[in-house]
Every structure is written in C-alpha cells, then in structure tokens.
Design a protein around this ligand. Structure first.
Ligand SMILES: [Zn+2]
Length: 260
C-alpha cells in the first residue's frame, strides 16, 4: 500500500553502498523506519530531505509486519535552520529526538505526540533564550501524553499549595507518586521509591514549564540551582517511566558544555 505522511526525521544511517536507513516520527504511523535506495548518490532525488531534524512529507510502500519500509519519495517541508546553526539549540533538538526515539514503539500512531514534537521544534527554532527549557518542558509533556502526568502545585499528601511557601523551602519530587510532597509531610511518610530534593521555587518553575503556552516556555527564568534541581528531578522521572532510559547523551553533552 502506498501511503503518505508528514514526519520528522529522527535518524539517518548509511546502508550498503548508496542507500540510507531512515527513522521517522510520523503523524500517521508514529515511529517508522524506511530504506531510501540510492539516497547517497549525488544526484539522488531525496536531496537533503533525509537529515535528522527535518520536517518532511514522506511516501512509503508500506507492508504491515515489515520492519523496514521502502521510501519512494521524501520532500522537505521545513529544515529548522535556526536549530542547525546554533550549537545549544542543536543539542536540545537532538535531545528531543533521542528521547522520542527511545520512548516510543514502532508504528504506534499518536497525533497528540506528533503535534507536541512539531510544536516544540518550532518553539526551539524561534527561541532567543533558554533553549534548555524546551527540553525540560518536552520531558514533562511527553510524560503527560503517556499518562504519567504530575501535579506540582500542591503537596500530594496534605494538599497545601507550594505557592504560599518561601521559594527556598525544600520539598521532594516523587514521580512514582505523581507529584511532590512538602518537607513536613515527608517526615514519617514511607516512600517505596525515593524522590529528589527540590526547592519550592524549583517546583513552581517546573510547573510553569509544564503548563505555560509553548511559545512562553523559553521566557521562564530559572536560576542555575533550580535548573539543576529540575534536571535531576526529570532524570528520575524519565528513568522511572520510560524503561531503559537512564540518561540522554545529548543532555550530558549540554551539561559538559555548560550550556543553558
Ligand atoms: Zn504536605
């Protein structure tokens, strides 16, 4: 069956002498792999449309049960130039793709997730500050789409809202319990799964990353200390909910380069 879908190129690998195997995240089929024959010829009809971090329209000969489909055509819709030309945006963009690639299964349609990815890449391209916020927001929103949403505005035990507490006051983020617990309640509470210590200010910033309109996410100002607390919390969050994801290579790269 010949099918056409909008997709984001996640990964592109050389295959044999002239071909490529490309992994897409597509609107109609979720994550899908295909072979582009002759894609490495200079005169290839695919041009630059098979590079990661491109939005494309792809035509596939699709057979069910087949792991690698045949790509008959792939046209570039948008290249996200401003992501490719900025090293910190690029690291964030690759982090988003890496997480998407590892958190999803082959050929599972998820329109909400496709729209989220398209939205975060567009936001990343336009962002003039704090690109790392977009990766943080993506992790939280990806979790929500998969049914692991967290509640961050109040303690899951006593329901007291964190907003009324001083920003420096410590609390604990416990992803296995779907949210955060205040300093008072954590004493005497038996937690099967450990949490991450995070300040009230860090929690409230994380809440903003979760609920703000996407285009406002880069505008959320987060101190370095709160940023570290949030990254630590998100590492545990992703690790607990997405099997096998211990850390994102691109996130480690960002931290090594000390880019925020
Ligand atoms: Zn409490």
């Amino acid at each position: 069956m010949i099918v056409k879908t909008e997709a984001i190129v996640l990964k592109s690998m050389r295959f044999r002498d002239t071909s490529k195997i490309v992994t897409f995240y597509s609107r109609r089929y979720g994550k899908i792999k295909g072979i582009a024959k002759g894609a490495r010829d200079i005169t290839s009809k695919f041009g630059g449309a098979l590079e990661p971090l491109s939005l494309v329209s792809v035509v596939l000969y699709r057979k069910e049960q087949r792991q690698i489909q045949l790509i008959s055509q792939c046209d570039l819709i948008h290249r996200y130039r401003d992501i490719h030309s900025n090293i910190s945006k690029m690291a964030v963009g690759l982090g988003i793709l890496e997480l998407l690639q590892r958190a999803t299964h082959d050929e599972e349609e998820n329109a909400a997730l496709f729209n989220l990815v398209k939205g975060v890449l567009q936001t990343l391209e336009r962002a003039d500050r704090n690109p790392i916020n977009i990766l943080r927001a993506f992790q939280l929103r990806l979790g929500t789409i998969f049914g692991y949403g967290v509640q961050l505005e109040c303690c899951f035990k006593c329901a007291r809202v964190f907003e009324s507490a001083p920003p420096g006051k410590p609390a604990f983020f416990v992803p296995a319990r779907g949210g955060a617990i205040c300093e008072k309640c954590v004493q005497g509470e038996h937690l099967d799964n450990p949490g991450v210590k995070i300040s009230v200010g860090g929690l409230l910033s994380m809440q903003q990353l979760l609920v703000a309109a996407l285009q406002s996410v880069p505008l959320v100002t987060i101190s370095e200390q709160e940023g570290n607390e949030i990254d630590e919390s998100l590492r545990l969050y992703v690790q607990q909910h997405f099997d096998g994801i211990r850390s994102l290579r691109s996130l480690e790269m960002l931290q090594e380069m000390n880019i925020h």
